[in-house]
Design a protein around this ligand. Structure first.
Ligand code: ATP
Length: 346
């Protein structure tokens, strides 16, 4: 088994629903065989983008290409896409085997249908379950069947719309690894939609953060997390303390970077910055033993996370969040290393 994979390109895709603008001009380039995720809050346009790629919605303007092939005007059945939705959408009166075989009806395999279905069931780790009915399966198993059915005709592109969000947390984590394994085994170009930022960080080769019908930032999970380009991305992907201040260039003491003044306090940061900025420091970058950028804040709440404590602070009326090893109380001196901060121009 091995699908022919393709690159995927969206250029200036827009979509209105009556007065509501869903997409304001989406540009994306997905590489051959890549696991690419669209992540963003509810209503930002992820599903609409995916439906435009599938051919289930027609964009108002813009083009969609699979490799060199312009598919913008093609109906879904001519696009060679496999789609898995949030809800299993299996045929309840058909067995697992019949459900998967349904994916082959318009595109019969060269050899035996039964053998191909067995191959697909093995791929999604459901060997021996072919004669079960959908209501005899767990939610996770049903989504595996839906995945096998979508992959049956060997699509060029696999589209997954929140396929795990109806499952409980532990199963979600298990199945996302499975989906990733299957995708890698086939090397199929995949677009995955989720509102869950930790899922997006965990599974993607690259991801696009979507906000209000636009692509806010594209990159691999580590670089988007480490270097958010906008305040929206800084706060949406993981948690962040974002403080508005003013930067002065070249006065960064021993670090040789810049200084950001927030209220009365000056913080040293790496890099060259000037003018109005937002200083972003991740909760895990704040430390009660830090030797740089110290400031005293008052503990307002402590949450136990199992492996750490999520400690809420008040710093001169500003809420601050830190991830710490100990449940502190009272007034605490926090600090952070200059190169752990992200500085965004405002
Ligand atoms: P969610 O995570 O909640 O599914 P999303 O990011 O996938 O959100 P979309 O479903 O793409 O968002 O919706 C984008 C915008 O378009 C929203 O404001 C939504 O209300 C609107 N919208 C989507 N589908 C329709 C429709 N059929 N008719 C009218 N408005 C729609």
């Amino acid at each position: 088994m091995g699908a022919v994979t393709v690159t995927l390109h969206l250029d200036g895709v827009t979509k209105d629903y009556g007065d509501a603008t869903a997409l304001r001009g989406i540009d994306l380039d997905v590489e051959d065989g890549e696991f690419f995720t669209l992540v963003g809050p509810s209503g930002c346009g992820k599903t609409t983008t995916l439906r435009c790629i599938a051919g289930l919605e027609a964009p108002d303007s813009g083009t969609i290409r699979f490799g060199e092939r312009d598919v913008s005007g093609l109906p879904p059945e001519d696009r060679d896409v496999g789609v898995v939705f949030q809800h299993y959408a299996l045929f309840p009166t058909m067995t697992v085997r019949e459900n998967v075989a349904y994916g082959l009806q318009f595109d019969p395999p060269a050899g035996s249908v039964d053998e191909r279905v067995d191959e697909l069931l093995a791929l999604v780790d459901l060997s021996g379950m072919g004669e079960r009915m959908p209501d005899e399966l767990s939610g996770g198993q049903r989504q595996r069947v839906a995945l096998a059915r979508a992959l049956a005709p060997e699509p060029d592109v696999l589209l997954l719309d929140e396929p795990l969000s109806a499952l409980d947390a532990r199963l979600r984590e298990q199945l996302r690894l499975e989906v990733k394994r299957v995708q890698r085994e086939l090397g199929i170009t995949t677009v995955y939609v989720t509102h869950d930022q930790s899922e997006a960080l965990a599974v993607s080769d690259r991801l696009a953060v979507i906000h209000d019908g636009r692509v806010e930032q594209v990159g691999d999970p580590e670089s988007v997390y480490e270097s958010p380009a906008t305040r929206f991305v800084a706060e949406f992907l993981g948690e962040n303390n974002c403080l508005d201040g003013r930067a002065s260039r070249g006065v960064g003491g021993e670090t040789g970077g810049s200084v950001v003044t927030v209220g009365e306090r000056e913080f040293e940061v790496a890099g060259d910055h000037a003018g109005p900025v937002t200083l972003c420091v991740r909760p895990e970058s704040l430390d009660a033993d830090a030797s740089h950028n110290q400031f005293a804040a008052r503990v307002t709440d402590v949450e136990f996370l199992g492996d750490a404590y999520r400690v809420h602070f008040d710093w001169n009326g500003r809420p601050i969040l830190a991830r710490l090893d100990e449940p502190l109380s009272g007034s605490v001196t926090l600090g952070f290393a200059p190169d752990d901060a992200t500085v965004l121009e405002r």
